[in-house]
Design a protein around this ligand. Structure first.
Ligand code: ATP
Length: 239
């Protein structure tokens, strides 16, 4: 996939107090592309998503979205621009119903017609949510809560969806279901940046991947090539 990036990080540094989490990270995502961020625990993957969505201000470097610098803007402003972060599944509103959770995601929609359209879209991807519409989210299984978290993010009509560990803690069969939905979204042309521990799944879905270690980029390539990279295969795919 060629052409200009929709999202670009240039030499981004980030820290938590004295702990430096990113050391000059540069990466890009082009429209319609699915990009995976891989790496061991503490590599800086979640931090990368947090600096993009405005939850953490980089100490250096630039973040560009559609050729506009967005470094240091508020999370609300960044979300309004269409960069939507989907948190890990435990972060749904447990005391609210599935329906209420979905409507909370709908803040970028203009009217009821758009709302209906978006609901139909997410029910097509996750039919179980339609069946559980009036149930409290806290009563859903872990997998269904993850689906709800993704569905809520989709209700915001993302131009780029940032996914943090969508397979975390899920049974293999549910991981399949979630990745099946992500593959459908990819086929629909949705741009995604996905952080995922399950390298096999992430490399199967993504067009390109970046591998981080200790806040630095160590590998970046097309996933088709990375899957043949001996270092990556040894460390992440366990073959
Ligand atoms: P994981 O898969 O474990 O979430 P990750 O690649 O997402 O790993 P980050 O969570 O981005 O890694 O963490 C990068 C570094 O920043 C680590 O050294 C981590 O200990 C540190 N860190 C992350 N969050 C905080 C925080 N809130 N306060 C202090 N240090 C933090």
């Amino acid at each position: 996939m060629d052409g200009p990036a929709i999202l670009e990080l240039r030499e981004v540094e980030a820290a938590y107090g004295a702990i430096r989490a990113l050391h000059g990270l540069s990466l890009s995502v082009r429209p319609g592309e699915v990009v995976a961020l891989l790496g061991p625990n503490g590599a800086g993957k979640t931090t990368t998503l947090r600096v993009i969505s405005g939850l953490l201000r980089p100490t250096r470097g630039q973040i560009l979205y559609k050729d506009q610098e967005i470094t240091g803007r508020s999370p609300a402003a960044i979300a309004r621009m269409g960069i939507i972060q989907c948190p890990e599944g435990r972060h749904v509103f447990k005391n609210l119903t599935v329906w209420e959770n979905l409507l909370l995601g709908a803040y970028r929609l203009r009217d009821r017609a758009q709302e209906r359209q978006s609901l139909e879209w997410v029910f097509g991807l996750f039919p179980i949510l339609k069946e559980r519409l009036n149930q409290r989210a806290g009563l859903l299984s872990g997998g269904q809560q993850q689906m709800l978290a993704i569905a809520r993010a989709l209700m915001a009509k993302p131009e780029i969806l940032l996914l943090d560990e969508p397979s975390l803690g899920l049974a293999p069969r549910v991981v399949e279901e979630v990745f099946e939905a992500l593959a459908q979204l990819k086929a629909q042309g949705l741009t995604m940046l996905i952080v995922e521990q399950n390298a096999e799944k992430a490399l199967g879905l993504a067009d390109r991947a970046y591998v981080l270690e200790a806040g630095r980029l160590v590998l970046a390539d097309q996933t088709a090539r990375l899957r043949e990279d001996p270092q990556l295969v040894r460390i992440y795919l366990g073959r």
